[in-house]
Ligand binder design. Structure first.
Ligand code: GLN
Length: 487
Protein backbone atom coordinates (compact mmCIF):
# COMPACT_ATOMS: atom_id res chain seq x y z
CA UNK A 1 0.00 0.00 0.00
CA UNK A 2 1.13 3.56 -0.56
CA UNK A 3 2.79 5.74 2.05
CA UNK A 4 -0.22 7.22 3.95
CA UNK A 5 -1.14 6.03 7.42
CA UNK A 6 -4.16 3.78 6.88
CA UNK A 7 -4.98 3.65 10.57
CA UNK A 8 -5.34 7.43 10.95
CA UNK A 9 -7.52 7.92 7.90
CA UNK A 10 -10.93 9.58 8.05
CA UNK A 11 -13.83 8.22 6.01
CA UNK A 12 -13.86 11.27 3.76
CA UNK A 13 -10.11 10.98 3.07
CA UNK A 14 -10.48 7.25 2.43
CA UNK A 15 -13.40 8.02 0.08
CA UNK A 16 -11.13 10.14 -2.13
CA UNK A 17 -8.41 7.48 -2.20
CA UNK A 18 -10.90 4.71 -2.98
CA UNK A 19 -12.63 6.66 -5.73
CA UNK A 20 -9.31 7.56 -7.39
CA UNK A 21 -8.20 3.94 -7.20
CA UNK A 22 -5.23 4.82 -4.98
CA UNK A 23 -6.23 2.25 -2.42
CA UNK A 24 -8.67 -0.65 -2.39
CA UNK A 25 -11.21 -1.46 0.28
CA UNK A 26 -9.42 -4.78 0.61
CA UNK A 27 -6.19 -2.96 1.56
CA UNK A 28 -7.98 -0.63 3.97
CA UNK A 29 -9.78 -3.55 5.58
CA UNK A 30 -6.57 -5.59 5.79
CA UNK A 31 -4.87 -2.58 7.43
CA UNK A 32 -7.67 -2.27 10.02
CA UNK A 33 -7.50 -6.01 10.76
CA UNK A 34 -3.70 -5.87 11.07
CA UNK A 35 -4.04 -2.96 13.46
CA UNK A 36 -6.57 -4.94 15.51
CA UNK A 37 -4.13 -7.87 15.70
CA UNK A 38 -1.34 -5.48 16.66
CA UNK A 39 -3.02 -3.47 19.42
CA UNK A 40 -6.32 -4.99 20.53
CA UNK A 41 -4.67 -7.41 22.94
CA UNK A 42 -3.77 -4.26 24.89
CA UNK A 43 -6.81 -2.07 24.13
CA UNK A 44 -9.67 -4.62 24.26
CA UNK A 45 -12.03 -2.67 22.01
CA UNK A 46 -13.46 -5.71 20.21
CA UNK A 47 -15.64 -8.51 21.56
CA UNK A 48 -15.72 -10.19 18.13
CA UNK A 49 -13.61 -9.63 15.01
CA UNK A 50 -15.32 -10.68 11.78
CA UNK A 51 -12.21 -11.08 9.68
CA UNK A 52 -13.42 -13.45 6.96
CA UNK A 53 -16.76 -11.67 6.45
CA UNK A 54 -14.98 -8.30 6.38
CA UNK A 55 -12.50 -9.34 3.69
CA UNK A 56 -15.34 -10.74 1.61
CA UNK A 57 -17.37 -7.54 2.03
CA UNK A 58 -14.29 -5.51 1.08
CA UNK A 59 -13.91 -7.42 -2.19
CA UNK A 60 -17.58 -6.82 -2.95
CA UNK A 61 -17.11 -3.11 -2.15
CA UNK A 62 -14.14 -2.93 -4.52
CA UNK A 63 -16.27 -4.38 -7.33
CA UNK A 64 -18.98 -1.83 -6.60
CA UNK A 65 -16.53 1.04 -6.64
CA UNK A 66 -14.95 -0.06 -9.92
CA UNK A 67 -18.45 -0.38 -11.43
CA UNK A 68 -19.07 3.23 -10.39
CA UNK A 69 -21.88 2.17 -8.04
CA UNK A 70 -20.39 3.08 -4.69
CA UNK A 71 -21.86 5.49 -2.14
CA UNK A 72 -20.15 7.66 0.51
CA UNK A 73 -19.38 4.71 2.83
CA UNK A 74 -18.65 1.99 0.28
CA UNK A 75 -15.50 0.14 1.26
CA UNK A 76 -14.97 1.89 4.63
CA UNK A 77 -14.01 -0.43 7.55
CA UNK A 78 -16.34 0.15 10.51
CA UNK A 79 -17.15 -1.35 13.88
CA UNK A 80 -20.56 -1.71 15.53
CA UNK A 81 -21.18 -1.72 19.29
CA UNK A 82 -22.07 -5.18 20.49
CA UNK A 83 -25.60 -4.30 21.58
CA UNK A 84 -26.59 -3.72 17.93
CA UNK A 85 -27.80 -6.88 16.19
CA UNK A 86 -25.78 -8.34 13.34
CA UNK A 87 -27.23 -11.28 11.44
CA UNK A 88 -25.14 -14.41 11.88
CA UNK A 89 -22.65 -12.62 14.15
CA UNK A 90 -22.78 -12.98 17.92
CA UNK A 91 -24.32 -9.95 19.66
CA UNK A 92 -23.43 -10.23 23.33
CA UNK A 93 -24.13 -6.86 24.99
CA UNK A 94 -20.91 -7.85 26.81
CA UNK A 95 -23.11 -10.02 29.03
CA UNK A 96 -22.93 -13.70 29.96
CA UNK A 97 -26.66 -13.69 29.29
CA UNK A 98 -26.13 -13.18 25.55
CA UNK A 99 -22.62 -14.60 25.27
CA UNK A 100 -23.64 -17.03 22.55
CA UNK A 101 -26.65 -15.21 21.13
CA UNK A 102 -26.51 -15.01 17.32
CA UNK A 103 -29.28 -12.75 15.97
CA UNK A 104 -31.24 -13.99 12.96
CA UNK A 105 -31.53 -10.39 11.65
CA UNK A 106 -29.61 -7.14 11.21
CA UNK A 107 -30.46 -3.96 13.10
CA UNK A 108 -31.83 -1.20 10.85
CA UNK A 109 -28.56 0.75 11.13
CA UNK A 110 -26.57 -2.34 10.16
CA UNK A 111 -28.83 -2.90 7.15
CA UNK A 112 -28.18 0.67 6.13
CA UNK A 113 -24.42 0.34 6.58
CA UNK A 114 -24.34 -2.88 4.58
CA UNK A 115 -26.57 -1.50 1.86
CA UNK A 116 -24.19 1.46 1.58
CA UNK A 117 -21.24 -0.92 1.21
CA UNK A 118 -19.52 -0.25 4.56
CA UNK A 119 -17.32 -3.14 5.74
CA UNK A 120 -18.03 -4.37 9.27
CA UNK A 121 -14.78 -5.55 10.88
CA UNK A 122 -16.27 -6.50 14.25
CA UNK A 123 -18.27 -5.73 17.37
CA UNK A 124 -17.33 -3.18 20.03
CA UNK A 125 -17.00 -3.89 23.75
CA UNK A 126 -19.35 -2.13 26.18
CA UNK A 127 -20.49 -2.03 29.77
CA UNK A 128 -22.91 -4.92 30.18
CA UNK A 129 -26.21 -3.95 28.51
CA UNK A 130 -24.76 -0.40 28.13
CA UNK A 131 -24.98 0.22 31.89
CA UNK A 132 -21.87 2.05 32.99
CA UNK A 133 -19.39 4.82 32.23
CA UNK A 134 -16.05 3.02 32.01
CA UNK A 135 -16.55 -0.27 30.11
CA UNK A 136 -15.36 -2.02 33.28
CA UNK A 137 -18.83 -3.58 33.56
CA UNK A 138 -18.19 -5.73 30.49
CA UNK A 139 -18.57 -9.36 31.57
CA UNK A 140 -15.60 -10.30 29.37
CA UNK A 141 -12.77 -7.76 29.82
CA UNK A 142 -12.44 -4.00 30.28
CA UNK A 143 -11.47 -1.76 27.38
CA UNK A 144 -8.46 0.49 27.97
CA UNK A 145 -7.92 4.08 26.91
CA UNK A 146 -5.48 4.24 23.97
CA UNK A 147 -4.04 7.48 25.39
CA UNK A 148 -3.06 5.76 28.63
CA UNK A 149 -3.66 2.05 29.03
CA UNK A 150 -4.00 2.33 32.80
CA UNK A 151 -7.11 4.47 32.29
CA UNK A 152 -10.68 3.77 31.19
CA UNK A 153 -12.00 4.80 27.78
CA UNK A 154 -15.31 5.90 29.30
CA UNK A 155 -18.51 4.04 28.61
CA UNK A 156 -20.68 2.45 27.85
CA UNK A 157 -19.41 2.72 24.23
CA UNK A 158 -15.80 2.34 25.40
CA UNK A 159 -15.02 -0.24 22.72
CA UNK A 160 -16.22 2.00 19.87
CA UNK A 161 -14.41 5.09 21.20
CA UNK A 162 -11.14 3.21 21.78
CA UNK A 163 -11.34 1.43 18.41
CA UNK A 164 -11.72 4.74 16.55
CA UNK A 165 -9.01 6.47 18.60
CA UNK A 166 -6.52 3.65 18.13
CA UNK A 167 -7.07 3.21 14.39
CA UNK A 168 -8.72 -0.22 14.51
CA UNK A 169 -11.60 0.98 12.32
CA UNK A 170 -12.50 4.25 10.59
CA UNK A 171 -15.66 4.82 12.59
CA UNK A 172 -18.03 2.97 14.88
CA UNK A 173 -21.67 3.08 15.89
CA UNK A 174 -22.53 3.38 19.58
CA UNK A 175 -25.67 3.86 21.64
CA UNK A 176 -26.36 6.70 24.06
CA UNK A 177 -28.93 6.44 26.87
CA UNK A 178 -27.36 8.94 29.28
CA UNK A 179 -24.06 9.80 27.63
CA UNK A 180 -22.66 6.53 26.32
CA UNK A 181 -21.56 7.93 22.96
CA UNK A 182 -20.42 11.38 24.07
CA UNK A 183 -18.60 10.63 27.33
CA UNK A 184 -16.32 7.92 25.85
CA UNK A 185 -15.80 10.09 22.75
CA UNK A 186 -14.62 12.89 25.07
CA UNK A 187 -12.32 10.60 27.06
CA UNK A 188 -10.76 9.10 23.90
CA UNK A 189 -10.45 12.31 21.84
CA UNK A 190 -12.95 11.48 19.08
CA UNK A 191 -16.25 12.96 17.87
CA UNK A 192 -19.42 11.38 19.32
CA UNK A 193 -22.90 12.36 18.12
CA UNK A 194 -26.19 11.57 19.88
CA UNK A 195 -29.03 12.41 17.49
CA UNK A 196 -32.52 13.68 18.34
CA UNK A 197 -34.66 10.96 19.92
CA UNK A 198 -36.38 9.19 17.02
CA UNK A 199 -34.02 10.26 14.24
CA UNK A 200 -32.20 6.92 13.99
CA UNK A 201 -34.11 3.64 14.10
CA UNK A 202 -33.48 1.45 17.14
CA UNK A 203 -34.85 -1.65 15.43
CA UNK A 204 -32.29 -4.28 16.40
CA UNK A 205 -30.69 -2.26 19.20
CA UNK A 206 -30.93 -4.34 22.38
CA UNK A 207 -33.18 -2.16 24.55
CA UNK A 208 -31.87 -0.61 27.78
CA UNK A 209 -34.13 2.39 28.53
CA UNK A 210 -36.43 2.80 25.58
CA UNK A 211 -37.48 6.41 26.16
CA UNK A 212 -33.81 7.49 26.20
CA UNK A 213 -31.82 5.15 23.89
CA UNK A 214 -30.44 6.51 20.61
CA UNK A 215 -27.82 5.19 18.17
CA UNK A 216 -25.13 7.48 16.77
CA UNK A 217 -21.63 7.56 15.28
CA UNK A 218 -18.17 7.84 16.87
CA UNK A 219 -15.75 9.23 14.30
CA UNK A 220 -12.33 10.86 13.90
CA UNK A 221 -13.75 14.17 12.77
CA UNK A 222 -16.92 16.16 12.20
CA UNK A 223 -17.16 15.52 8.46
CA UNK A 224 -17.16 11.77 9.12
CA UNK A 225 -19.81 12.27 11.78
CA UNK A 226 -22.03 14.06 9.25
CA UNK A 227 -21.42 11.33 6.65
CA UNK A 228 -22.16 8.52 9.08
CA UNK A 229 -25.29 10.14 10.51
CA UNK A 230 -26.62 10.85 7.00
CA UNK A 231 -26.24 7.14 6.27
CA UNK A 232 -28.11 5.86 9.33
CA UNK A 233 -30.81 8.53 9.93
CA UNK A 234 -34.32 8.26 8.57
CA UNK A 235 -37.77 6.87 9.19
CA UNK A 236 -38.27 3.17 9.90
CA UNK A 237 -41.76 1.82 10.58
CA UNK A 238 -40.29 -1.08 12.59
CA UNK A 239 -39.38 1.36 15.40
CA UNK A 240 -42.58 2.94 16.69
CA UNK A 241 -40.67 5.95 18.00
CA UNK A 242 -39.04 6.66 14.64
CA UNK A 243 -39.87 10.15 13.40
CA UNK A 244 -41.57 10.73 10.04
CA UNK A 245 -38.75 12.98 8.97
CA UNK A 246 -36.60 13.01 5.91
CA UNK A 247 -33.03 13.43 7.13
CA UNK A 248 -30.92 15.74 4.98
CA UNK A 249 -27.35 15.18 3.81
CA UNK A 250 -25.67 16.59 6.90
CA UNK A 251 -22.36 17.24 5.12
CA UNK A 252 -24.11 20.20 3.46
CA UNK A 253 -24.33 21.91 6.85
CA UNK A 254 -20.54 22.06 7.25
CA UNK A 255 -19.48 25.70 6.98
CA UNK A 256 -16.62 27.67 8.39
CA UNK A 257 -18.13 30.72 10.00
CA UNK A 258 -20.60 31.22 12.77
CA UNK A 259 -21.71 34.76 12.13
CA UNK A 260 -25.12 35.45 13.56
CA UNK A 261 -25.34 32.28 15.64
CA UNK A 262 -26.30 32.69 19.28
CA UNK A 263 -24.63 30.26 21.67
CA UNK A 264 -25.55 29.97 25.35
CA UNK A 265 -23.23 28.95 28.18
CA UNK A 266 -25.36 27.41 30.96
CA UNK A 267 -23.63 28.22 34.26
CA UNK A 268 -24.82 25.03 35.97
CA UNK A 269 -22.57 23.00 33.66
CA UNK A 270 -19.48 24.79 34.90
CA UNK A 271 -20.20 24.39 38.59
CA UNK A 272 -18.27 22.56 41.28
CA UNK A 273 -17.05 19.09 40.41
CA UNK A 274 -15.62 20.05 37.02
CA UNK A 275 -11.87 19.39 36.86
CA UNK A 276 -9.80 22.50 36.38
CA UNK A 277 -8.21 21.31 33.13
CA UNK A 278 -11.64 20.51 31.70
CA UNK A 279 -13.09 23.90 32.66
CA UNK A 280 -10.11 25.73 31.18
CA UNK A 281 -10.31 23.83 27.89
CA UNK A 282 -14.05 24.54 27.68
CA UNK A 283 -13.54 28.25 28.30
CA UNK A 284 -10.80 28.40 25.66
CA UNK A 285 -13.17 26.68 23.22
CA UNK A 286 -15.88 29.22 24.00
CA UNK A 287 -13.40 31.98 23.15
CA UNK A 288 -12.69 30.26 19.84
CA UNK A 289 -16.44 30.14 19.04
CA UNK A 290 -16.65 33.89 19.65
CA UNK A 291 -13.67 34.46 17.36
CA UNK A 292 -15.57 32.57 14.68
CA UNK A 293 -18.40 35.09 14.87
CA UNK A 294 -20.83 33.49 17.31
CA UNK A 295 -22.57 35.65 19.88
CA UNK A 296 -21.89 33.91 23.17
CA UNK A 297 -23.81 34.66 26.36
CA UNK A 298 -24.21 33.11 29.79
CA UNK A 299 -27.54 31.51 30.63
CA UNK A 300 -29.05 29.32 33.32
CA UNK A 301 -30.80 25.93 33.33
CA UNK A 302 -31.66 25.52 37.01
CA UNK A 303 -33.48 22.18 36.62
CA UNK A 304 -30.24 20.53 35.48
CA UNK A 305 -29.43 19.64 39.07
CA UNK A 306 -32.30 17.13 39.07
CA UNK A 307 -31.25 15.38 35.85
CA UNK A 308 -29.18 12.68 37.54
CA UNK A 309 -31.96 11.78 39.99
CA UNK A 310 -34.55 11.70 37.21
CA UNK A 311 -32.31 9.55 35.05
CA UNK A 312 -31.65 7.04 37.82
CA UNK A 313 -35.40 6.54 38.30
CA UNK A 314 -36.44 6.41 34.66
CA UNK A 315 -33.53 4.44 33.16
CA UNK A 316 -33.58 1.61 35.74
CA UNK A 317 -37.39 1.46 35.64
CA UNK A 318 -37.38 0.94 31.90
CA UNK A 319 -34.40 -1.41 32.16
CA UNK A 320 -36.21 -3.59 34.70
CA UNK A 321 -39.07 -4.01 32.23
CA UNK A 322 -36.85 -4.50 29.16
CA UNK A 323 -34.63 -7.06 30.88
CA UNK A 324 -37.57 -9.17 32.09
CA UNK A 325 -37.34 -11.02 28.76
CA UNK A 326 -34.12 -12.77 29.80
CA UNK A 327 -35.88 -15.67 31.45
CA UNK A 328 -33.75 -18.53 30.11
CA UNK A 329 -36.55 -19.69 27.81
CA UNK A 330 -36.72 -17.55 24.69
CA UNK A 331 -33.03 -16.92 23.96
CA UNK A 332 -29.67 -16.43 25.59
CA UNK A 333 -28.20 -18.19 28.59
CA UNK A 334 -30.33 -20.81 30.34
CA UNK A 335 -29.57 -22.64 33.59
CA UNK A 336 -30.18 -26.13 32.17
CA UNK A 337 -29.32 -28.00 35.33
CA UNK A 338 -32.12 -26.32 37.31
CA UNK A 339 -34.79 -28.35 39.08
CA UNK A 340 -37.94 -26.64 37.88
CA UNK A 341 -39.28 -23.59 36.10
CA UNK A 342 -38.88 -21.08 38.96
CA UNK A 343 -35.49 -22.41 39.88
CA UNK A 344 -34.40 -22.13 36.23
CA UNK A 345 -35.62 -18.53 36.01
CA UNK A 346 -33.83 -17.65 39.23
CA UNK A 347 -30.56 -19.24 38.33
CA UNK A 348 -30.53 -17.95 34.76
CA UNK A 349 -30.78 -14.40 36.04
CA UNK A 350 -28.40 -15.01 38.96
CA UNK A 351 -25.65 -16.33 36.72
CA UNK A 352 -26.40 -14.44 33.52
CA UNK A 353 -26.42 -10.84 34.82
CA UNK A 354 -23.50 -8.99 36.40
CA UNK A 355 -23.75 -6.85 39.57
CA UNK A 356 -24.50 -3.48 37.92
CA UNK A 357 -27.31 -4.95 35.82
CA UNK A 358 -28.81 -6.56 38.91
CA UNK A 359 -28.56 -3.25 40.77
CA UNK A 360 -30.47 -1.48 37.99
CA UNK A 361 -33.17 -4.18 37.89
CA UNK A 362 -33.66 -3.87 41.64
CA UNK A 363 -33.74 -0.05 41.55
CA UNK A 364 -36.25 -0.09 38.71
CA UNK A 365 -38.45 -2.78 40.18
CA UNK A 366 -38.59 -0.81 43.42
CA UNK A 367 -39.42 2.49 41.72
CA UNK A 368 -42.27 0.87 39.77
CA UNK A 369 -43.78 -1.18 42.57
CA UNK A 370 -47.26 -0.49 43.93
CA UNK A 371 -47.19 2.35 46.44
CA UNK A 372 -43.87 3.72 45.16
CA UNK A 373 -44.81 4.35 41.55
CA UNK A 374 -46.33 7.79 42.25
CA UNK A 375 -43.56 8.85 44.59
CA UNK A 376 -40.72 7.89 42.26
CA UNK A 377 -41.56 7.08 38.66
CA UNK A 378 -44.43 9.51 38.18
CA UNK A 379 -42.55 12.31 39.91
CA UNK A 380 -39.48 11.66 37.79
CA UNK A 381 -41.63 11.89 34.66
CA UNK A 382 -42.96 15.26 35.83
CA UNK A 383 -39.49 16.63 36.47
CA UNK A 384 -38.49 15.27 33.09
CA UNK A 385 -41.14 17.49 31.53
CA UNK A 386 -39.76 20.49 33.40
CA UNK A 387 -36.23 19.79 32.14
CA UNK A 388 -37.46 19.45 28.55
CA UNK A 389 -39.43 22.69 28.85
CA UNK A 390 -36.45 24.53 30.24
CA UNK A 391 -34.40 23.48 27.21
CA UNK A 392 -37.21 24.51 24.89
CA UNK A 393 -37.22 27.97 26.43
CA UNK A 394 -33.43 28.22 26.17
CA UNK A 395 -33.60 27.41 22.47
CA UNK A 396 -35.86 30.39 21.93
CA UNK A 397 -32.87 32.56 22.85
CA UNK A 398 -30.02 30.42 21.56
CA UNK A 399 -29.23 28.29 18.51
CA UNK A 400 -27.05 26.04 20.64
CA UNK A 401 -25.66 25.57 24.14
CA UNK A 402 -22.04 24.76 24.94
CA UNK A 403 -20.76 22.80 27.94
CA UNK A 404 -17.94 20.41 28.83
CA UNK A 405 -18.88 16.80 27.98
CA UNK A 406 -17.51 15.08 31.06
CA UNK A 407 -16.54 16.56 34.43
CA UNK A 408 -13.16 14.81 34.26
CA UNK A 409 -10.65 13.40 31.82
CA UNK A 410 -10.18 9.61 31.66
CA UNK A 411 -9.85 8.11 35.14
CA UNK A 412 -7.83 5.08 36.26
CA UNK A 413 -9.26 1.58 35.96
CA UNK A 414 -10.71 0.65 39.34
CA UNK A 415 -10.91 4.27 40.50
CA UNK A 416 -14.73 4.43 40.58
CA UNK A 417 -15.82 0.80 40.65
CA UNK A 418 -16.32 0.68 44.41
CA UNK A 419 -18.77 3.60 44.46
CA UNK A 420 -21.65 3.46 41.96
CA UNK A 421 -22.65 7.08 42.61
CA UNK A 422 -19.16 8.35 41.67
CA UNK A 423 -19.46 6.39 38.45
CA UNK A 424 -22.98 7.76 37.81
CA UNK A 425 -21.68 11.32 38.17
CA UNK A 426 -19.52 10.84 35.04
CA UNK A 427 -22.65 11.43 32.96
CA UNK A 428 -24.04 14.39 34.83
CA UNK A 429 -23.42 16.75 31.90
CA UNK A 430 -24.66 14.40 29.18
CA UNK A 431 -27.88 12.97 30.67
CA UNK A 432 -30.01 16.10 30.31
CA UNK A 433 -29.92 15.76 26.50
CA UNK A 434 -31.37 12.24 26.71
CA UNK A 435 -33.99 13.34 29.21
CA UNK A 436 -35.07 16.10 26.82
CA UNK A 437 -34.59 14.05 23.63
CA UNK A 438 -32.41 16.74 22.04
CA UNK A 439 -29.34 16.24 19.82
CA UNK A 440 -25.85 16.68 21.26
CA UNK A 441 -22.29 16.19 20.08
CA UNK A 442 -18.93 15.89 21.82
CA UNK A 443 -15.79 17.17 20.08
CA UNK A 444 -12.09 17.01 20.92
CA UNK A 445 -11.36 20.42 22.47
CA UNK A 446 -8.07 20.28 24.28
CA UNK A 447 -5.75 18.20 26.39
CA UNK A 448 -5.29 18.12 30.14
CA UNK A 449 -2.34 16.20 31.61
CA UNK A 450 -1.86 14.44 28.28
CA UNK A 451 -5.49 13.29 28.13
CA UNK A 452 -8.25 14.48 25.78
CA UNK A 453 -10.99 16.90 26.87
CA UNK A 454 -14.39 16.97 25.17
CA UNK A 455 -16.66 19.92 24.41
CA UNK A 456 -20.42 19.33 24.22
CA UNK A 457 -22.82 21.21 21.98
CA UNK A 458 -26.60 20.89 22.39
CA UNK A 459 -29.41 22.08 20.11
CA UNK A 460 -33.20 21.94 19.77
CA UNK A 461 -34.84 18.76 18.41
CA UNK A 462 -33.89 18.05 14.77
CA UNK A 463 -31.36 20.87 14.71
CA UNK A 464 -28.53 18.45 13.92
CA UNK A 465 -27.43 20.80 11.13
CA UNK A 466 -26.76 23.61 13.61
CA UNK A 467 -24.57 21.29 15.67
CA UNK A 468 -22.64 20.16 12.60
CA UNK A 469 -22.12 23.73 11.50
CA UNK A 470 -20.71 24.86 14.85
CA UNK A 471 -18.70 21.68 15.37
CA UNK A 472 -17.14 21.89 11.93
CA UNK A 473 -16.21 25.57 12.21
CA UNK A 474 -14.61 24.92 15.60
CA UNK A 475 -12.78 21.86 14.34
CA UNK A 476 -11.38 23.66 11.29
CA UNK A 477 -10.09 26.45 13.51
CA UNK A 478 -8.30 24.08 15.89
CA UNK A 479 -5.93 21.11 15.70
CA UNK A 480 -7.26 18.89 18.50
CA UNK A 481 -8.93 16.40 16.16
CA UNK A 482 -5.59 15.68 14.49
CA UNK A 483 -3.93 14.35 17.65
CA UNK A 484 -3.57 10.56 17.78
CA UNK A 485 -2.49 8.45 20.70
CA UNK A 486 0.77 6.53 20.41
CA UNK A 487 0.31 2.87 21.00
N1 GLN B 1 -23.55 5.80 32.26
C1 GLN B 1 -24.98 5.87 32.14
C2 GLN B 1 -25.57 4.61 32.73
O1 GLN B 1 -24.83 3.87 33.28
C3 GLN B 1 -25.38 6.03 30.69
C4 GLN B 1 -25.17 4.80 29.91
C5 GLN B 1 -25.63 4.91 28.50
O2 GLN B 1 -25.77 6.00 27.95
N2 GLN B 1 -25.93 3.77 27.92
O3 GLN B 1 -26.71 4.35 32.66
Amino acid sequence: MSSFDATGLTAHAARGLLDRGEVSSYELTRAALDRIHEVDGRVGAFVTVTEAEALEAARAADRRISDGEGGPLTGIPVQVKDNICTRGVRTTCSSRMLESYVPPYDAAVVERLRRGGAVIVGKGNLDEFAMGSSTENSAFFPTRNPWDLSRVPGGSSGGPAAAVASGECVFSLGSDTGGSIRQPAALCGVVGFKPTYGLVSRYGLVAFASSLDQIGPLTRDVTDSAMALSAIAGHDRRDSTSLEYEAPDYTRALREDLTGLRIGVPVEYFAAGIEQGVGEAAHAAIGALEDLGARVEETSLPHTEHALAVYYIIAPSEASANLARYDGVKYGYSAREAGGMWDALDRTRQDGFGPEVKRRIMLGTYALSAGYYDAYYLKAQRVRTLIAREFRAAFEDFDALVTPTSPSVAFELGEKTADPVQMYLSDILTMPANIAGIPAVSLPAGMSDGLPVGLQLLAAPLREETLFRIAYAYEQATEWHRLRPEL
